[in-house]
Design a protein around this ligand. Sequence first.
Ligand code: HEC
Length: 160
Amino acid sequence: MNLKAVTGLVVAGLAFVGTAVADTAPADVVWEDDVMVTASLTGAPGSAEAGVEVLTQRSQGNCVACHEVSALPNVQFQGNVGPALDGVASRWTEAELRGILVDAKHMFPETRMPAFYRTTGFIRAGDEYTGRAANPETFGPLLSAQQIEDTLAYLMTLTD
Ligand code: HEC
C-alpha cells in the first residue's frame, strides 16, 4: 500500500471518530468473487500491535498453534499445521487476507483453519475448539471485527 493510500485510510478513520460506527455483522459481510472482502469490518484500519496479541494469545486467535511466524521469534511452540505466515502479504492482497480471516473455507474449501468471523452454516453451531454446542443466545464469532482488522494490519507487515 502506498503512502497516499495509508494517509487516506487514516483520514477516513479519523472522520469516523465521534460517530458510533457499527461493525459489519458476520452475516452482513460482503464477498467479492467469493474470496475477497474489500471493506474494513470496523470501517477503520486495525492496529498491527494489537494484531500480534490476537496471533499469539491462546484466548484470542492462537494462530501460532498452526502457523509459524519468523518475525515473532520469542513466541514459543509455533505449529506447522498450516504454512508459515512469512511473506504472506506478498502472496495475497489485503482483501484476500481479510476473506481468509473471516472464513478461510471460501479460499480453501477443505481447510482445517477455523472460520473466525462466521456464526452460521455450521453443521452444529458450537465452539470449534471444544466441540461444545452453542447457546444460540450468546453464540458469537471466534474473533471480533476489531480483532480481525488488527490481525489483518499485522499480516500486511509480513512482506518478502
Ligand atoms: C487449526 C489450525 C489453524 C489455525 C488455528 C489457523 N490457521 Fe491459518 N491456515 C491453516 C491451514 C491448514 C492453512 C492452509 C490452507 C489450506 O488448508 O489449504 C491456513 C492458511 C492460512 C493463510 C494463507 C497462508 C498462505 O500462505 O497461503 C493465512 C493468511 C492464515 N492461514 C492466517 C491465519 C491467522 C491470522 C490465524 C489466526 C487468526 C490462523 N490462520 C489460524 C490452519 C490454521
